[in-house]
Ligand binder design. Structure first.
Ligand SMILES: C[S@@+](CC[C@H](N)C(=O)[O-])C[C@H]1O[C@@H](n2cnc3c(N)ncnc32)[C@H](O)[C@@H]1O
Length: 332
């Protein structure tokens, strides 16, 4: 049973902690809050209410999410700009919102992965617990589907996707079975794939490794949506957009995402002044300071309230010095 599908729709993950971390950057008139993963607008609604002088630029690649969030946030219509884009298009989205210069943003939230709405909409094909077309595109207007991946990838590419993005022990075996089966009938629905996985993953491994489809579905979703490439490109663009004093919170739900976040912060929180010099060289000090120690997890009570928060790993940072192309006052 997929517990995610049972979770109430509108419980934003780690909302209080996100507020503690981003709030100090949002008090000033005109403060810009970018929600890079708007989803159903749960976090966004909270920040719009809590910081009445702020404005929101909300991004999502899913047109349905944007429509639903737009309806939810209608009471704040004069303070919001919603943009249909992948989050690596953040710089263009900011231009569209009239914020072309780097260093104009006060707070950014990235709550990665799929939304409960996407999991609940059976015909999107994200959930392995219901039979549906094998689609899995977060942006249904473009790109390849999960069925395309299964029906066209080579054995090597398929096994790599399952192993790397799903950490699937039986990746090679599953890839062989997929190729054998598609030579007879191409895949169209999730039930066909789930049935193959039940037949391929040994019963003993099934008893200890959770639902046999969990890892394969995750891997296909990451591949179909280019999730890691999009995040890899988005993180530097997001950090560059922050003003001095601006803050960012990133919530990851799998270790590959969290590793990218950690790697992006690492060089920016250390000094580039050569060791041994008595003073920091101008422009060589750290650009950011971490607001979290390591990756923060949800507390037991948070997980009880909202089971979707169980896998979350949250990192947050504050810009403490201008980056290249910025001045301490703002933009150049
Ligand atoms: C976990 S949900 C966000 C939920 C939201 N914080 C709320 O309170 O309702 C993640 C959202 O990010 C969107 N998303 C995922 N990857 C994206 C990307 N590369 N670019 C833009 N949006 C993305 C998904 O479509 C989904 O709506």
């Amino acid at each position: 049973m997929n517990h995610e599908a049972e979770t109430p729709r509108h419980v934003p993950v780690l909302l209080d902690r996100a507020d503690e971390l981003l709030g100090p950057a949002l008090g000033e008139p005109g403060a810009v809050y970018v929600d890079a993963t708007l989803g159903l607008g749960g976090h966004a609604e909270h920040f719009l209410r809590a910081y009445p002088q702020s404005r929101l630029v909300g991004l999502d690649r899913d047109t349905t999410a944007l429509k639903l969030a737009g309806e939810r946030l209608a009471p704040f219509a004069d303070r919001i700009t919603l943009v249909h884009t992948r989050y690596d298009g953040i710089a263009d989205a900011l231009s569209e919102a009239g914020l072309a210069e780097t260093g104009s943003v006060s707070a950014i939230l990235m709550d990665l992965g799929v939304s409960s709405m996407q999991l609940d909409e059976a015909d999107r094909g994200f959930a392995y617990s219901v039979d549906a077309p094998l689609d899995m595109r977060m942006d249904p207007t473009t790109g390849i589907t999960a069925a395309d991946v299964l029906n066209t990838y080579s054995h090597g590419d398929l096994a790599r996707v399952l192993k790397t993005y799903g950490d699937e022990r039986f990746a090679g075996k599953i890839a062989s079975e997929v190729l054998r089966r598609r030579a007879v009938t191409p895949f169209t629905t999730s039930a066909e794939l789930v049935e193959l996985l039940y037949a391929t993953i040994p019963a003993a491994a099934r008893r200890t490794g959770g639902h046999p489809a969990k890892r394969t579905f995750q891997a296909l979703r990451v591949e179909v949506n280019g999730e890691l490439d999009s995040l890899r490109a988005a993180l530097p663009a997001a950090l560059d957009a922050l003003r001095v004093g601006g803050r960012i919170v990133v919530m990851s739900y799998q270790s590959l995402e969290d590793r990218l976040v950690k790697q992006e912060f690492a060089p920016r929180i250390v000094s580039r002044t050569p060791p041994g010099l008595p003073v920091e060289l101008p422009g060589m000090g750290p650009e950011f300071r971490m607001l979290t120690r390591g990756a923060e997890k949800a507390t037991e009570s948070e997980i009880e309230k909202n089971p979707r928060s169980a896998p979350v790993r949250m990192r947050a940072a504050e810009r403490i010095a201008a980056g290249s192309g910025q001045t301490q006052e703002g933009t150049r």
